[in-house]
Design a protein. Sequence first.
Length: 93
Amino acid sequence: FRPGTISQGRLLVPLHQKLMLERQKNGAGAAVSIGEKEPPEFQDALMGHLMVDPLRLPSSGKVCDRKVIVEQLKRGPVDPFDGSPLDATALVP
C-alpha cells in the first residue's frame, strides 16, 4: 500500500485522511471559533473527533469511539496504544 496509488479505480489513502475528508464533506470540518471546540474528554483518543459511542480500552485505559475501535480490530486484535491483545467482548462502555 502506498498512499496515493490507484487500485480498482479508487484512490487509496490512510484511514485518518479518509475520515478527515468525510468530515469536511459532511460540513463538520468547518472553522471553529474560540470557545466552540469540544472538551478533550469528549474527543476520541485515537482520531481526535467528537465521540458518539465512547468505549474504554481495558489495558491502556484510553477512551475511543466504538466505530474507530471496530475498524482497528479489523486490522488486528491489539490495543492501538500499548499493543496488548484486545477482544471486542472486553470493551467497556
